[in-house]
Every structure is written in C-alpha cells, then in structure tokens.
Ligand binder design. Structure first.
Ligand code: BGC
Length: 727
C-alpha cells in the first residue's frame, strides 16, 4: 500500500495509530500566523532561557534534537540516509511498529557513483528529498562521501569513490537534489572515517597535502557548491583530536576557510567531553545512550545537556557560545521552511521515484569483462541456470544505519524471470550457504554443477551479503561497525564458481558488493563479469535487462579494483590499524589509481573502466586557452551497432613541478548518449584548480607554469587522445 499522507496528516493520525513515540511527527512545523510577521532568529534567540537553548543542541530522542514549543520552534527531525529514508524509530531508537514506512530503495552510493552521471546525482537527491519531506523529516543523514581508501572498509558501499573530483561532482548533485525539496542534507562523515574498525577511537594521521588534495575537496564542494546545510562530524580522531572536538577541522577549515554557516551535527555518540566539544563549532550532540540503559537514555546527561548548563552557570563557558550554536540551528530551520510551513509536501513511492531507482541501477552496472558472450539472446537459450544465493537475496535491510524498509526489491532471479517469462526455462540453485563461517558445501556445489551442466548458459549471482550473517558478530560484509576480514569471496564461492565454469563454460559472473573482491581464482575462465553493487529496489530488473541487451551497460568503476588486497595502497604502503589504533596514511596522495599509476601496479580493473555493447571512437582533440581556463574539445562517435552511453574522462598531468605530482588526475568527465553512427563534440573547461597542487610550505594552492598534458579516455588506463598545453 502506498503511504500517501503528508506530515501534517501523519501528525494528526499519530494518536490514532498509538504512535506518540515516533521520532518524527510529534511536533510539526508551526503554521504561519495570518498577517503576523514570524519572529526572526534573533528575536527567538533573545526570548529563550539557557535551558531552552541547551535543549536544542543535544538529542532528545534517537533522531531529534529539541525544540521550544512555547516559542513555536519545532524539534529538528533527522533520518538516515543515504540511499533511502530509513524506517521509523520510536523515540528510544527501536523500530516503530504498525507504521507504513516502506519506501523507495535506491542503489547504494558506490552504484550511484558508478553511473558517472551528474544529472542522476541530482535526481537521486530529489527522490530522497521528496520522500524525506513526505515522511515529516527535516534532515537526511547523507550523502556519505568518505574517500574509499581501503577495500576492507565495511562501509565503502555507502560512499562514492576513491577520487576527490568524482566525489565532489556526484555529491553536489545529490545535495542540491535533496535541498531543493526544502530539507537539509548532512554530509558525512567529516573526515577520514575510512575504516569501521574501532571507529570511535582510531586516530587518523595524514599530511597536509593529502588532506587538501584527496580528503577535503568533496566536503569543500559540498559546502561551497552544494550549499550543504549540515555536516556530520565523524567518530574518529584526526591528528589526535576527535573530529567532534577538532578546532582545526571545525573552526579553522570548515567555518573560517570554507565559509560553512550551517549546523555541525555529531555522529551518534561521537562526543566524548563537554568543554572541548562545546568550545569548537560543533552544534548538536546526537546519539543514543551507550550505557546499559540505552533503550531509555537519559538525554539530560548528554555532554551538551546538563553538564553544559553547569559550565555556563559556573562561568567556565560563555553563554554566547551556546547562542552561536542555537543561532545556526535556527537559521537552518528557517532555510528549510520549518517556521513558515512553506516546505513542499514531498511525495512517496511514486512511479517517478521507482523510475529513478531503475535508471540509476541501469547506469550503475559495470561490465568488467566480456569476451563477446554478452548480451545474451533469448532465442539462443532454452534453459538458463541461475546459480548463487545472492540471486534470491534482498539487500535493502542490510548495512546498518543505511538500511531501508523497501516497498519492494526485485532480486536478480525475479528480474530474470520477469524479463524472460515463459520463453526461457530458468532454474536456480543457491550453490553456497550464507552462514557465519560457512565454507564450500559439496552438496550445494554438486546441485549447482548439475544445473549448470544441463543449461545453455549460466548466470552466477554472488558476492557479499551486505550485512551481518549473524547479529553483530564478526561475520559482516559491507556493513557498518565491522570491516571485511579480507577481500575474498566468502562461503566457498571461489570453489563453487570454478566448479560451475568447469561444468558449463558459458558462465557469466555477476557480483553484488560495495567494492572489489579477489577474482583471481576464476576470472580468466569467466566469459563475462559484471559488477552489480547493491542495485536498489529495481536492481534485479536492471541486471536482467543488461544481460539480455535491453540496456547497454554504461557504468564505470568509481574505484580501482586491485587484483589482490596486498596490491591496494592502504595495504602495500600503509597498514591496517594496530593495537595503538593509529591509522597512518603513509601512502599519502597515493590513494586509488594515483598509487597504481605511480608504482606501476596492474589493477584487475582500472578506475574509470567499464565496457559497452557498442564502441566509441575519440577524435579531433583541441586544446585552447580561453577566458575561463583551458578549453578541451573532442569528437566522440558511436562506431558500433547499438545505441550507448560513454563516459568521457579527462585527466591532467603536470610535467615539471617543484613537488611530485600524480601521473594523472581526473579533472573532468561527461556522460554522453549516442545512437549508432552518431557523433558529438564534447567540450570541457579546465579552470586553474585543475592544474594546481597544494604546497604545504606555502600553505596554499600553487599553479606552476610549464607543460601539462591532457589525456582523454574511456578509463584511467584506456587513454584515447593526448595533447599538451603550456601554461
Ligand atoms: C552512523 C551515521 C548515522 C547515525 C544515525 C551512526 O552510527 O555512523 O552514519 O547517520 O549512526 O543512524
């Protein structure tokens, strides 16, 4: 059933449903009073007692911070994020029952980034913004834009990419899409929360140049271009200070340098002490209670609650510090129409939202390898064996805080059956068991092998499980709180795939995971390999359509896929945190492809890689110096038999510089759709920032004159055109 009631209607219904404890909807925005000017921020602030102000800067339930009813200030209602509006919680965090909260489940962050389609970033955000507004929430806790540094990070699926430029471009679209609907985003997790292991205690060290060139650009763009209204301070320490206490991160960089005027929200329970956190520009302490009483937390005991009042009362902290925080919150509330009641109502579970989920899923599929076997033709296949437990598995509920109660989720098996109907006989055998510590199961393998041998073609759908195989134990893949144990496929899948390919060489491997797995055992024998991520509610339909040629793949990898874990820079040049909980980024700038290029390591699949069923020719590169920067022009022609979309990527290299620079850096991309035989001219303008690097001694960005090469290609390792320009 569609949930078709507005926030106000929901608020009216709440008592009827017996849901007074719902996190959202208890205190709707105060309606405008006819003819009477709403009080401005300073008037409201001036009318508040210290207790009322402090009530606004800490959680008063699992997903709200306090309002001041007598002054018409509603609670600020938040929700996860980032790829759907999370299910309803009671005020004490547990799942609310008896409420229709099943909504649109979009593909995960890495899938969105794999589309390399900025318009889809906006459309994705628009869906989230509309559904957030409809559900009566004010802030959606996303996008997640931590740089993907280490394949083991349990939360990579929620993030976008290893590359700062792609990160910024996709984040800006998402943020604008959400905020144009009158709700705020919370860009997270600021900053360098790139592992889940001991995330509340690890200390991240990195040099200043790496911070500026790799980790900060996404947040800079989110704030300065996207206009993000809130930012979430991460759990970890950064150079010895907790992110929620860091004067460098919050005051010097975010406020003073980036000019961020919005609200900084802590990650849940990321605050550890009152004075150090209150003294910097952290505005709201969020969290549930981590004590044994966690289902009935004492919010008055939060660091930004009674202890803070005490510090003001005894003269340790000036009340103006609290005023600044409250002022920023009130301003954001104004921006998202919480006082005027002018926020658009939003919409929920519309066919348009489902169409966006489908389009993102279509465009996110990355065809990693194809010897010509794909696309499959229905007419050639009488019997199709689908093998793999993931073919029948749903993922919306996985991953931790990003979980979504999906209105529906089409699995790969259902997608294939939907598409093929009665034309093709489709069998399914799981082949492996999803269970903690499960290894290859001879019985399941035998059944899968028999099915494969009896079929004309095999579609293997495996990968990771996106969640905990056993509640909160050590068996999690692509899930919050726990990193992956290694980069191997779990549950004996390598053995299974090898046996299936031996039984029927016409096997396509489709993997659902947030990032790379080690494919060495079987990749050379597979006829085709598809990276399918976690594709949202329409993921199964998208995969089936792509395998059978109804959709031409156009996704490109937003991160390098190393052949093996040891080849990834965080493992080759740095190490997984030890007992001292130090995450030292000794690899520096060598994150992702910057490492593979500089150290001449062959990846399994390069950053930006993704095949198509058609072919594209690149020609006529022109480089000219224009008013705004270097104008890069080229012609792309679809030289193959079918329509398709190509992601044209522009990489810059500085030939001579005082400091060592990466061999190539992405500085522009565009996705272009072309009919067979059609061609189009594409133009990019590369501004000063595309050629500059951060000089830590000068503490600023430097553009050194000299020769730069511009490489244009279909991936970071498939460069089709090169040119040089003197600056
Ligand atoms: C996560 C955040 C999330 C928050 C609220 C935290 O554990 O790190 O990303 O938004 O919980 O669920």
């Amino acid at each position: 059933m569609l949930w078709s009631m507005s926030r106000r209607r929901l608020a009216n219904l709440v008592p009827l449903l017996g849901l007074l404890s719902l996190a959202g909807g208890c205190q709707g925005p105060s309606p405008p009073t006819d003819g009477v000017q709403a009080p401005d921020v300073e008037t409201r602030l001036g009318a508040m007692t210290l207790e009322e102000k402090v009530g606004m800067i800490h959680a008063n339930s699992a997903f709200t911070s306090g309002g001041v009813e007598r002054l018409g200030i509603p609670e600020l209602v938040m929700t996860d994020g980032p790829h759907g509006v999370r299910h309803e919680h009671t005020r004490y965090y547990d799942k609310a029952t008896g409420v229709e909260d099943a909504g649109t489940y979009l593909p995960v962050g890495t899938a969105l980034a794999a589309t390399w389609n900025q318009e889809l970033g906006y459309a994705f955000g628009e869906v989230l913004g509309r559904e957030t507004a409809f559900r009566g929430k004010d802030v959606i806790l996303g996008p997640g834009i931590n740089i993907i540094r280490d394949p083991l990070n349990g939360r990579n699926f929620e993030y976008l990419t290893e590359d700062p430029y792609l990160n910024a471009r996709m984040a800006v679209g998402y943020i604008k899409g959400v905020q144009d609907q009158g709700v705020a985003t919370s860009v997270k997790h600021y900053i360098a929360n790139s592992l889940e292991y001991e995330r509340r205690f690890v200390n991240v060290q990195m040099d200043e140049r790496t911070f500026r060139e790799i980790y900060l650009p996404g947040f800079r763009a989110a704030v300065q271009e996207g206009g993000a209204l809130t930012v979430m301070a991460a759990y970890n320490k950064f150079r010895g200070a907790w992110c929620a206490e860091s004067a460098f991160l919050l005051d010097d960089v975010l406020r003073d340098e980036l000019g961020f005027e919005g609200v900084v929200v802590s990650d849940w329970n990321a605050v550890h002490r009152t004075l150090p956190a209150a003294g910097v520009s952290l505005d709201i302490e969020m969290g549930t209670d981590l004590s044994q009483e966690w289902l009935k937390p004492d919010y008055d005991a939060f660091f930004f609650a009674d202890p803070l009042i005490e510090l003001v009362r005894n003269g340790t902290l000036d009340e103006s510090v609290v005023d600044d925080k409250v002022r920023r919150i009130l301003k954001v509330m104004e921006r998202i129409h919480m006082f005027s009641g002018d926020r658009p109502e939003g919409a929920y579970n519309t066919p348009e939202h489902q169409a966006v989920a489908r389009r993102v899923a279509d465009e996110s599929l990355v065809l990693l390898h194809n010897d010509g076997f794909l696309p499959l033709a229905r007419g050639d296949i009488g019997k199709l064996a689908v093998v793999g437990a993931n073919a029948d598995r749903k993922h919306a509920g996985g991953g931790g805080s990003s979980q979504v109660n999906a209105l529906y989720e089409v699995t790969a098996l259902e997608g294939l059956r939907n598409l093929l109907g009665d034309d093709v006989e489709v069998t399914w055998s799981p082949g492996y068991a999803v269970a903690p510590g499960a290894v290859a199961d001879p019985g399941l393998i035998r059944a899968a092998v028999d099915a494969a041998a009896a079929a004309d073609a095999v579609i293997y759908v495996g990968g990771l499980v996106h969640g905990y195989t056993d509640a909160w134990d050590d068996n999690a893949f692509d899930a919050e709180v726990l990193d992956k144990p290694d980069m191997m496929l779990p549950f004996g899948q390598d053995e299974l795939i090898e046996a299936v390919i031996a039984a029927n060489p016409n096997t396509v491997i489709a993997l659902q995971s947030g990032g790379p797995v080690d494919m060495r055992a079987w990749a050379p024998q597979a006829r085709a390999i598809v990276q399918a991520w976690y594709g949202g509610m329409e993921g199964g339909n998208a995969l089936a359509a792509m395998l059978f040629g109804e959709v031409n793949p156009s996704g490109k990898l937003p991160m390098t896929f190393p052949a093996r874990l040891e080849d990834s820079p965080a493992h080759a040049l740095a190490s997984y945190p030890d007992e001292n909980l130090l995450i030292d980024h000794t690899e520096g700038l060598h994150v992702g492809y910057r490492y593979f290029d500089a150290y001449d390591v062959s990846p399994a699949f390069a950053f930006g890689h993704g095949l198509s069923y058609t072919s594209f020719e690149y020609a006529d590169l022109s480089l000219t110096r224009g008013q705004e920067g270097v104008e890069v022009g080229l012609r792309v022609t679809n030289t193959g038999p079918v329509a398709g979309a190509e992601v044209v990527q522009v990489y810059v290299r500085d030939h001579q510089s005082s400091l060592k620079r990466p061999i190539r850096e992405l500085k522009g991309f565009d996705k272009i759709e072309l009919a067979p035989g059609a061609s189009a001219r594409i133009e990019f303008v590369l501004g000063e920032d595309a050629f500059s690097y951060y000089d830590p001694v000068k503490a600023g960005w430097v553009l050194e004159p000299g020769a730069f090469s511009i490489a244009v290609g279909s991936s970071s390792r498939d460069i089709r055109l090169r040119g040089e320009i003197e600056l």
